[in-house]
Design a binder for this molecule. Structure first.
Ligand code: EPS
Length: 374
């Protein structure tokens, strides 16, 4: 299977299936000298993991990261970093009934059409389990971006179904199981998710990510645009159906006089662009938004086809997320961090001698998390 590698200079290859012995990644091109230990992966892997709250899949994986190479005496050496996470709680019998069936809305059918074979256990390679390794690689990227440039990447859940935050306060995001930015709504969300889980249905979600501290200049026109690579990175996450940068699709209804971000000595007056112009960072906060479809693995029966073309009733048992978006915030953050690190290294390689160019407009006066008009 090709296309399992992401990034040009900071390049991440993931491997493994949901119910295989392990999943892992190889990171090539990592700068030497970054302090990293197995326990440094814990916080972000736990934020993403299943089985930590009742609102996600109840598969209980330890998600212990083993560092196999590329780190000596706690510091990256510049050689390939191989990370391994063993699968310890796969329950493949849950998939026996649907091994020869296609779940409507799932990659079952397209994998079958493409390869003529598929690993049905837990979705095999198409499982969200793979995102564990993106988050692990993202831990290294986040650390380097923070230490080297002061860049901070933070996400939050910006919508579940039709529910949107009444206010945005990034300081409360880590204090609830949804990464929700308004604490007062969390009890109602708990009830909403409990009712959803009991109904056997699923729902979509939107995750927003804001990255602050970026200098202007990251991103490579024409075919390596920062927004283009962010879109590709976020679209590569399971269940993603849409990505918006800045005001996103709301720009369709805007006038130019309203959309342009006025520049003055005190900074940009707004951030409709989402921190990117011409595919290159402006130095304003980066704003990206990702849409997740509702999970297709449902215990609610549905008619479909099996591999012989027979009409069958599909019922998916097992431990599925009623809303994958609930634990997607760290995954989106990781993909943004991976793109930013790769682009930062590419900028340094080609334009490292350019230095700071005048005038440098201070970052936006806009609040970093101010959502675009939707
Ligand atoms: C997933 C189905 C479930 C989730 C899994 C993603 O797997 P299983 O049926 O084997 O319990 O638990 O997520 C993870 C294991 C994980 O670590 O994210 C799917 O179909 O994508």
């Amino acid at each position: 299977m090709s296309s399992n590698t992401f990034g040009k200079l900071f390049s991440v290859t993931t491997f493994g299936e949901s119910h295989g012995p392990a999943i892992g990644c190889v990171i090539d091109g990592c700068p030497p000298g970054i302090a990293i230990a197995p326990e440094d992966f814990r916080a972000d892997l736990d934020r993403r993991a299943t089985g930590r709250t009742r609102h996600t899949s109840q598969r209980h994986e330890a998600d212990e990261v083993e560092i196999l190479s590329g780190v000596y005496e706690g510091v990256t050496t510049g050689t390939p970093i191989a990370l391994l996470v063993r699968n310890v709680d796969a329950r493949s019998k849950d998939y026996a009934n649907i091994a020869a069936q296609f779940r409507p809305g799932h990659a079952d059918y397209t994998y079958w059409q493409k390869y003529g074979i598929r690993d049905p256990r837990g979705g095999g390679r198409s499982s969200a389990r793979e995102t564990t390794m993106r988050v692990a690689a993202g831990v290294i990227a986040k650390r380097w971006l923070a230490d080297r440039y002061g860049v901070r990447v933070q996400g939050f859940l910006a919508q579940i179904g039709t529910v949107v935050p009444d206010a945005i306060d990034l300081s409360v995001v880590e204090g609830n199981p949804f990464f929700w930015p308004h604490a007062a709504q969390v009890p109602a969300l708990e009830q909403y998710m409990d009712a959803l889980r009991k109904s056997g249905d699923s729902v979509g979600a939107r995750v927003d990510v804001v990255a602050t501290g970026l200098p202007p200049g990251w991103g490579e026109p024409i075919y390596g645009k920062l927004d283009g690579e962010l879109a590709a990175a976020l679209m590569s996450i399971n269940a993603v159906k849409g990505v918006e940068v800045g005001d996103g699709f709301a720009v369709v209804a805007q006038h130019g006089s309203e959309h342009r971000d006025h520049m003055g000595p005190d900074g940009f007056a707004s951030n409709h662009a989402g921190g990117i112009l011409g595919g290159i960072s402006t130095g304003q906060p980066l704003r990206v938004s990702t849409a997740f479809k509702p999970t297709s693995s449902l215990r609610l029966p549905v008619d479909s086809l099996d591999v012989d073309g027979n009409v069958v009733e599909v019922v998916t048992t097992g431990r599925h997320d009623p809303c994958v978006g609930v634990r997607a915030t760290p995954i989106c953050e990781a993909m943004v961090a991976l793109v930013l690190m790769d682009q930062a290294l590419r900028h340094r390689a080609q334009c490292g001698d350019v230095g700071e160019v005048s005038p440098r407009i201070p970052g936006s006066v806009d609040a970093a998390a101010k959502p675009g008009k939707r």
